[in-house]
Design a protein around this ligand. Structure first.
Ligand code: HEC
Length: 131
């Protein structure tokens, strides 16, 4: 997944939860994601790929953006992808302030990160996908 949309003159489309679920279903059937997503690898990735430069995990990490453990949008892989897509421009805007770059992620890395973020919310009731 690439964050760089600056070279395009069009607004990126807003994805609804349903759109994202449909796209994810397509990517899964296309074997884009490895079904053996690993929350442990995801936990390492959010450190290694610089997410925690802006985001915190249970209070540890950056202060510029939502704490992954208390985020209300993180509930299903679809909602994570929808919010990362929809917040992409806001994340890009935070880059100069935080002095950290947004990484591009492979499908595998995104799947692992989704598994990790969802594992933070395991004991809560499933959340509805944002509209
Ligand atoms: C340059 C700072 C920055 C970096 C680096 C960054 N983000 Fe973000 N992120 C933001 C901002 C700003 C928002 C939108 C405001 C907010 O949610 O606090 C956001 C929102 C999100 C959201 C939605 C959270 C919510 O509750 O609304 C998710 C999920 C997310 N980012 C995931 C990631 C992941 C995964 C990475 C690493 C691959 C990452 N971000 C790296 C700044 C950043």
């Amino acid at each position: 997944m690439s964050w760089g949309r600056k070279e395009r003159c069009i607004e990126p489309p807003k994805l609804s939860g349903q759109d994202t679920a449909d796209i994810l279903a397509y990517l899964y059937t296309a074997h884009y994601f490895d079904p053996r997503a690993s929350a442990r690898r995801g936990a390492n990735l959010v450190q290694d790929r610089g997410c925690t430069g802006c985001h915190a995990v249970r209070g540890k990490g950056g202060r510029a953006a939502a704490d992954f453990a208390t985020s209300t949008v993180v509930g299903t892989p679809a909602s994570v992808v929808a919010s990362m897509w929809n917040d992409g421009p806001r994340m890009e805007a935070a880059v100069p302030k935080q002095g950290v770059a947004l990484p591009s992620l492979s499908g595998q890395e995104l799947a692992d990160i989704s598994a990790f973020l969802n594992s933070l919310h395991k004991r809560e009731a499933p959340k509805s996908v944002p509209k």
